[in-house]
Write a protein that binds this ligand. Structure first.
Ligand code: AMP
Length: 542
């Protein structure tokens, strides 16, 4: 039966976010501590005009709908322009993590079949090292102007961003296409094997922005500084959500230490900031040094890893800065839960409020969560029953880019690899991790890959890697190994000298324990749980 009187079916397009901000919040500032150093100021109106110039430039380069264009870049206004221009013409912005090893970087660039790479001048030095490994890349564009082109690459025939966009008009006739088209791509390290690409559709990014605006309470008076990198889940979606709310944005560029963040927050009147626990340790140390918080800073969002209690107490009680924890993943765009207190929590004594804040947060509208037992049974939301955290929703991955295997459960849920419980109010508590990875300073280390590399060192017969709590990086790898010759075990320095050219620097084991043998399960796999138990009092970085 035909039903009359329905709503219009207008596609949700990423470019519409910026178009809206330019039209109605044109003078709203976008401020960056530039990679070159000086503070750069622009606004949504100017940015939208430059995005349209860039769109012409991309088309002139031959970029077609569906093509992938990579960025290797810090959080800056030019990076934001790329987000929108690439998605606006129907292509896909692939944000590459610059902390990957050259081999890993080449892998993701080749897997994505990136046609062009836009990179900050800081990363220009890496190109000679990977150029031969990424033969499909047709050009490199340095995100700067001619005056600031690094001399190291002057003979490399690179394009200069400002020269590239200069000749083009500042209006572009945006194509309209299916909202389920991909707009951006971010790889996440799989527990085994190669990194996996997550494609974000226009629809998912716009819907996620509505959610973020509501939860983060973005608006024209909320000045946010995303420390979380634009190469890590689109800086948690902030570059899309801020324009939707007409909210000012302050980009930190490459200076992420406590003092630089403090100064930028102070100078630009930042009211809220978002990042992983490691960056907050630097800010807290600097606030203690100067004896105060940045004047207008009211709140911080902590996500990507659980914050220690001492961090929440320091922000809230020492400096009067509200903490909101969040949980999410590359596969969930990322917002899944967000921690704000309800009136009944606010009525509790401060210590109990802090306990509540140490939960990951409450379910947000749009994302469904459930906890399942080993046998797949759905467990009750009783705040006690722990099991596998599974999610579904319009901004949750359904399959990896070019992924062939079935990613979802038979009834359509994504298993996060996290272990936790949910209470009756929908607050999630993460208690463990089923996936065999280590998260150091917000970035993944694959323990399986690290073990395999370590076992190719002749002095090591068998090795396992587990995560150990670390005061600064949350977790660091501990290498537990059986030496080839028990009478002559290798030193950590020898092992790391061997590993250094093979893995990213931040993967290098922080400590090593020599054992006679590793505990093996029935199938011959190392029982990591036994190792974790054995080394559970181990802490690093105190
Ligand atoms: P990523 O895909 O790199 O953003 O990492 C997502 C993973 O980080 C999750 O599956 C969790 O293991 C971890 N994670 C994120 N947020 C939290 C949190 N608030 N508490 C504990 N672990 C978290």
């Amino acid at each position: 039966m035909r039903i009359d009187g329905l709503m219009m079916d207008r596609p949700l397009m990423v470019i519409s976010l910026m178009e809206f901000a330019a039209a109605y919040h044109g003078d709203c500032p976008i401020i960056t501590r530039s990679v070159e150093g000086p503070v750069h100021r622009t606004n949504y109106a100017q940015t939208y005009r430059r995005i349209q110039k860039l769109a012409h430039a991309l088309v002139a380069l031959g970029v077609k709908p569906g093509d992938r264009v990579a960025t290797v870049a810090w959080n800056t206004w030019r990076h934001m322009e790329l987000y929108y221009a690439i998605a606006g013409i129907g292509a896909i912005c692939h944000t590459v993590n610059p902390r990957l090893s050259p081999e890993q970087m080449a892998y993701v660039i080749n897997h994505a079949e990136d046609r062009f790479i836009f990179l900050d001048s800081t990363f220009a030095g890496f190109v000679p090292g990977i150029k031969n490994m990424v033969k499909g890349v047709e050009g490199f564009v340095v995100m700067t102007d001619a005056a600031n082109m690094p001399s190291a690459v002057s003979d490399e025939n690179f394009l200069v961003y400002e020269d590239l966009i200069a000749p083009y008009p500042d209006s572009f006739d945006w194509p309209e296409f299916n909202e389920n088209t991909a707009a951006s791509l971010c790889y996440t390290s799989g527990t085994t094997g190669n990194p996996k690409g997550v494609l974000y559709s226009h629809r998912a990014l716009v819907l996620h922005s509505y959610c973020l605006v509501a939860e983060f309470k973005f608006g024209p008076e909320v000045v946010s500084l995303p420390v979380v990198p634009m190469f890590h889940v689109n800086a948690w979606g902030i570059p899309y959500a801020a324009p939707m709310a007409g909210a000012p944005i302050v980009f930190p560029g490459r200076a992420l230490d406590g003092e630089s963040l403090f100064d930028l927050m102070e100078e630009e009147g930042v009211t809220c900031s978002q990042g992983v626990p490691t960056v907050w340790m630097g800010l807290i140390a600097h606030m203690r040094k100067v004896g105060r918080k940045p004047k207008k800073l009211e709140s911080v969002v902590i996500g990507g890893a659980a914050p220690p209690e001492s961090m929440v107490v320091a922000f809230e009680e020492e400096f009067g800065i509200e903490v909101n924890q969040g949980w999410g993943m590359t596969e969930t765009a990322p917002l899944g839960v967000f921690n704000t207190l309800r009136p009944k929590h606010k009525a509790l004594p401060k210590k109990q409020q802090i306990d509540q804040k140490l939960k990951a947060g409450h379910v947000v509208y749009g994302v469904e969560l459930r906890i399942t037992a080993e046998d797949g049974r759905v467990l009750p939301n009783d705040g006690k029953s722990c099991g596998h955290l599974q999610v579904r929703g319009p901004w949750v991955v359904s399959s990896y880019f070019k992924g062939e295997e079935d990613l979802l459960t038979a009834d359509g849920w994504f298993d996060t690899g996290d272990i936790g419980n949910l209470d009756a109010d929908g607050y999630l508590q993460i208690t463990d991790r089923a996936k065999d990875v280590i998260k150091s300073g917000g970035e993944w280390i694959s323990s399986v890959d690290l073990e395999n590399e370590a076992m190719s060192f002749p002095a090591i017969a068998h090795a396992a890697v587990i995560g150990i709590p670390h005061a600064k990086w949350q977790e660091r790898p501990l290498l537990v190994c059986v030496p080839a010759d028990q009478n002559n075990p290798p030193t950590l320095e020898e092992v790391n000298a061997f590993l250094e050219p093979r893995v990213p620097k931040f993967w290098l084991p922080e400590a090593m324990e020599i054992v006679d043998s590793l505990p093996l399960g029935a199938t011959g796999k190392v029982q990591k749980s036994v190792l974790r138990e054995r080394f559970k009092t181990y802490t690093l970085g105190e």
